[in-house]
Design a protein around this ligand. Sequence first.
Ligand SMILES: [Zn+2]
Length: 150
Amino acid sequence: MKTYLKKINRENIDNSEDQLTKVEVKYFDNFTKDGPSYYPEYKIIKVSNFFADNVKEKSELKEKLELERIKELDDFLIMRNKVYASRTFPQKLKIMIFERDDYTCQMCGKHKDLLIKEGAHLEADHIVEVVDGGLTTYDNGQTLCISRLE
Ligand SMILES: [Zn+2]
């Protein structure tokens, strides 16, 4: 499966060159299927001290991280502003909505880890229903839990 969003731990990026040796790059390029829903499998790359003595590599890395950050932001803004023709939320948009809502049901407040234990899962749902003119967009999406038994 293709790489979707790339998440970067930004805390250290803007700091001094020394801080760059501690940067963690968090990303996902795969999904785990749990019931009918997919969740991103995160991987973390730690940038080691290997770079500490090499200024050129450090600046290249910094540039790369910035590019990834900009790319991530671009993708996010495009998807955020798009109105989708389908009634169902595309997988990538779902992930963005889940991420925004911290993988927590907006009705009962339960986190996905607890919901999975209870045999439920998360879904993206329209805040304003389609029949009432609600659109399939990032802003009109919310994270809700749905029982697998339904
Ligand atoms: Zn719920």
